[in-house]
Ligand binder design. Structure first.
Ligand SMILES: *Cc1c(COP(=O)(O)O)cnc(C)c1O
Length: 362
């Protein structure tokens, strides 16, 4: 089995034993059992807390990408205008995904080491382009950054843009996500980041406005959201066999955060561990990736690969000492590595061990 004593990959994160044990129970056919429907509804309420919303939440079998695709396909038809506000790989990737299903996409591209601040260019685009939907990413995992969403949500309201789509896969459960306060219509999450469940589930919070658009669009497909809208109300309504094990694991993971630890303590733990990681890395003379004035994410830290090292060699040297970190993608590939201190990995002792290994290697 491939295991490392110091796991710091920014998702999938290591899964606590209690969450794994939720998988081991032998269940019946989920969609017709009232116990499952009850568990599903309870889990929905937990996700509403973690995503800061009173909107409906649907749970999908499949990890984050199915939520991202399913939400796009459920609300877009060819020719629809989408404004992709991007500070990184996922931000521009979502624009490319929307384009692939026929949308007319305009991308506002910030630097991959920046976060949203001055929205002047965005505001001009919103006014002139009049998109049907704005898309944005809360935590840009490959960049280790966290975008403030509030002001973008205010622009959406000001210019009466129908929909705001927000990827909060790598932020939810590690930092406050306020979907309703930020006027988000589609908030998209996944199970294997700060929630620390296996990569089997995703969740989408859907506003009434988004449901209305979905009714007009009428998208049909495995990842369609509309068939899940009332699926848990009565037995036999799911469009496919729901993943009882996955929902049980998600429920247990969320209970550990919301009840055992407490949500505010969990958020604080992430903030403290992230700060310790940043300070420790800088003390080693390493350069953090994010630009001055940008906001680092409490769930993941991106660092420049130390000078004189090839990423592959650096990675191998860390692994030889039991530490596994993440590389990065796109323009950061080979130049940036990442410590994923989210969920089960947001632990001070883990960060200390990781810093010790990095210090020894460099
Ligand atoms: C992990 C992640 C996703 C989902 O990707 P998976 O294929 O589920 O791993 C989406 N967006 C962001 C920002 C992520 O970090």
């Amino acid at each position: 089995m491939l295991t490392y004593p110091i796991p710091m990959v920014p998702g999938p994160v290591s899964v606590p034993r209690e969450v794994m044990e939720a998988y081991l129970v032998d269940y019946g056919s989920a969609d017709i059992e009232v116990e499952f429907l009850d568990l599903y509804r309870q889990t929905v309420r937990q996700m509403q807390v973690l995503m800061g919303t009173r909107n409906d939440v649907v749970l999908h079998t499949g990890e984050g990408m199915i939520a991202l695709w399913g939400a796009l396909k459920s609300v877009l038809v060819p020719g629809d205008k989408v404004l992709a506000v991007s500070t990184g790989i996922f931000g521009s990737g979502i624009g490319a995904m929307a384009q692939s299903i026929g949308a007319e996409v305009r991308t506002i591209q910030y630097g991959f080491n920046q976060t949203l601040d001055d929205l002047e260019e965005v505001e001009i685009a919103v006014r002139e382009f009049k998109p049907k939907m704005i898309t944005v990413v809360h935590c840009e995992t490959p960049s280790g950054t966290l975008n403030p969403i509030q002001a973008l949500g205010a622009l959406k309201v000001k210019y009466e843009i129908p929909l705001l789509y927000m990827d909060c896969v790598a932020s939810m459960a590690g930092t406050p996500v306020e979907s309703d306060a930020w006027h988000v219509d589609l908030a998209l999450g996944g199970s294997q980041k700060a929630l620390s469940a296996p990569p089997s589930m995703s969740m989408v919070a859907v506003s009434d406005a988004a449901w209305r658009v979905m009714e007009q669009v009428g998208y049909v497909g495995y990842d369609a959201l509309l068939p899940l809208r009332r699926a848990a109300d009565t037995p036999g309504q799911f469009p496919y066999t729901p993943n009882w094990h996955g929902v049980a694991a998600l429920h247990t993971a969320a209970r550990m955060i919301l009840n055992t630890e407490g949500f505010s303590a969990c958020i604080q733990r992430h903030a403290e561990v992230a700060q310790a990681a940043r300070e420790g890395l800088m003390a080693l003379g390493l350069a953090l990736f994010y630009a001055e004035g940008a906001i680092p994410s409490p769930t993941v830290t991106a660092v420049n690969v130390p000078q004189g090292w090839k990423w592959e060699d650096f990675d191998a040297a860390l692994r030889a000492k039991g530490l596994v970190v993440g590389g990065s993608y796109g323009p950061m590939a080979g130049n940036v590595f990442r410590l994923g201190h989210m969920g089960s990995q947001a632990r001070m002792d883990l960060v200390t061990q990781a810093l010790d290994v990095i210090a020894a290697v460099i």
